[in-house]
Write a protein that binds this ligand. Structure first.
Ligand code: 5GP
Length: 117
């Protein structure tokens, strides 16, 4: 598989080279709003460890970030009053990955407003 590319857009956001709408940050992860939201409140969780995606990540990265993924899902649901929350995560281009730094999508779903992918 292709190696981690340190100049991907999320790595640049993590280094502060590109602005983002940050929701939360700690030593292990950044939470920000998606620049092209699939629905109101679409949020991204980006672990800081340099992993290309789930196939490339260290188990420790995953075990430290999953509680945050749950916290963000609950907070976004509460803030948006969404009827459901989709957790999405894509690995490699054929699967729909476009930014090659591990991240998790929290996508609020509203009844009567179907989502795409
Ligand atoms: P994926 O790689 O899982 O397909 O999705 C990448 C996501 O990153 C997309 O939902 C896209 O809208 C979002 N995205 C791409 N570039 C930027 C950016 O510069 N800032 C932010 N906040 N999101 C971005």
């Amino acid at each position: 598989m292709t190696a981690y590319e340190p100049d991907n857009i999320f790595a640049r956001i993590l280094r502060g080279e590109i602005p983002s709408v940050k929701v939360y940050e700690d030593e292990a992860a950044l939470v920000m709003m998606d620049i092209f939201p699939q629905s109101r409140g679409h949020t991204l969780i980006v672990p800081k460890a340099p992993s290309r995606n789930l196939l490339d990540a260290e188990p420790e990265t995953l075990s430290s970030v999953m509680p945050l993924v749950q916290r963000v899902a609950k907070a976004v649901q509460k803030a948006t009053n969404a009827d459901g929350i989709r957790l999405a995560q894509f690995n490699e281009e054929p699967a729909g990955q476009t930014v090659f730094h591990l991240h998790f999508h929290i996508i609020p779903v509203y009844e009567g407003t179907p989502l795409g992918r």
